[in-house]
Design a protein around this ligand. Structure first.
Ligand SMILES: NC(=O)c1ccc[n+]([C@@H]2O[C@H](COP(=O)([O-])OP(=O)(O)OC[C@H]3O[C@@H](n4cnc5c(N)ncnc54)[C@H](O)[C@@H]3O)[C@@H](O)[C@H]2O)c1
Length: 260
């Protein structure tokens, strides 16, 4: 395995990282896990899709990386406490947390049920809060670290639907700044990434529909959707020491969508 070592010696936990198996459509978390490993990082892939996550971690390990999979429902405080403790016990430290898990809910305000509202807030807002709350003590022990929250351009702008998703991703965006300010003096950096429209397991069903695909393409100046690896490269930058002066920032990777 070629390693440029941009994350050499570091230990990362990535949520929603199941979709990264060879030959399958990758998600941002799975792509980041592969990239992190190539750069010398030990990676703990977590998700609720256990079979896929186990396969992705095994493939990364087979390529010579250090990678394991653990079940972590980001809405469960118990899961967070257990997985972070096991990671620190096994690999002696934690340097990086990528809060990537997510789900979509394309409903207007009147279509949005309380259950949908709650589910979106739980995954995207509560999940990011719980992960951050429980990883801080490990990062502090280490003299610092990097937390990367995968928000969305939908955490910055509106659209005709996805009501609860917009609100929840907006919460993750501002939570990032609150955390960045609270922990900057301890060298713990916290940043958000705002991907635009990308073709992944999460969006495949909707973006395969010709009318919706066209609607999306009409909104991307670069004229195509993004790939998981194009987002993963942004995650890698913020995780690495190359971003040592970057905290509380928003990295938009959207082919120009929000520049209009
Ligand atoms: N694809 C896009 O166009 C796009 C754009 C902007 C933001 N995002 C965000 O990027 C992130 C990654 O999405 P993706 O598009 O790579 O799709 P993906 O399907 O690869 O990633 C989402 C993962 O989150 C997992 N997940 C769902 N609920 C969970 C829970 N409660 N606990 C733990 N894991 C859970 C899913 O099983 C899935 O593996 C999400 O937060 C998504 O909202 C995606």
């Amino acid at each position: 395995m070629t390693s440029l070592g941009r994350l050499a010696g570091k230990v990362a936990v990535i949520t929603g990282a199941s979709s990264g198996a060879d030959g399958s459509l990758m998600g941002f978390g799975g792509a980041a896990a592969r990239l992190f490993s190539q750069e010398g990082c030990t990676v703990v892939l977590t998700d609720i899709k256990d079979a896929e996550g186990t396969q992705t971690a095994k493939q990364i390990a087979d390529l010579g990386g250090t990678a394991i999979y653990r079940h972590l429902d980001v809405t469960s405080e118990e899961d967070w406490v257990d997985v972070l403790k096991e990671t620190a016990d096994t690999f002696k430290k934690i340097d990086i947390l990528v809060n990537n898990a997510g789900s979509s809910a394309r409903y207007t305000i009147e279509e949005t049920t309380l259950d949908v509202w709650q589910e979106q807030m739980d995954i995207h807002a509560k999940g990011v809060f719980l992960g951050t709350k429980h990883v801080i003590s490990y990062l502090r022990k280490n003299g610092g670290g990097s937390i990367i929250n995968i928000s969305s351009i939908y955490g910055m702008i509106g659209s005709p639907s996805s009501t609860a998703y917009h609100v929840a991703k907006g919460a993750s965006r501002l939570f990032t700044k609150s955390a960045a300010i609270q922990y900057a003096s301890e060298n713990i950096r916290v940043n958000s990434i705002h991907p635009g429209f990308a073709f992944t397991p999460l969006t495949e069903v909707n973006y395969s529909k010709p009318d919706l695909q066209q609607w999306v393409l009409d909104r991307i100046p670069l004229g195509r959707m993004g790939s998981a690896m194009e987002i993963a490269h942004g995650i890698l930058y913020l995780a690495s020491d190359e971003a040592s002066f970057v905290t509380g920032s928003e990295l938009v990777i959207d082919g120009g969508t929000t520049a209009q």
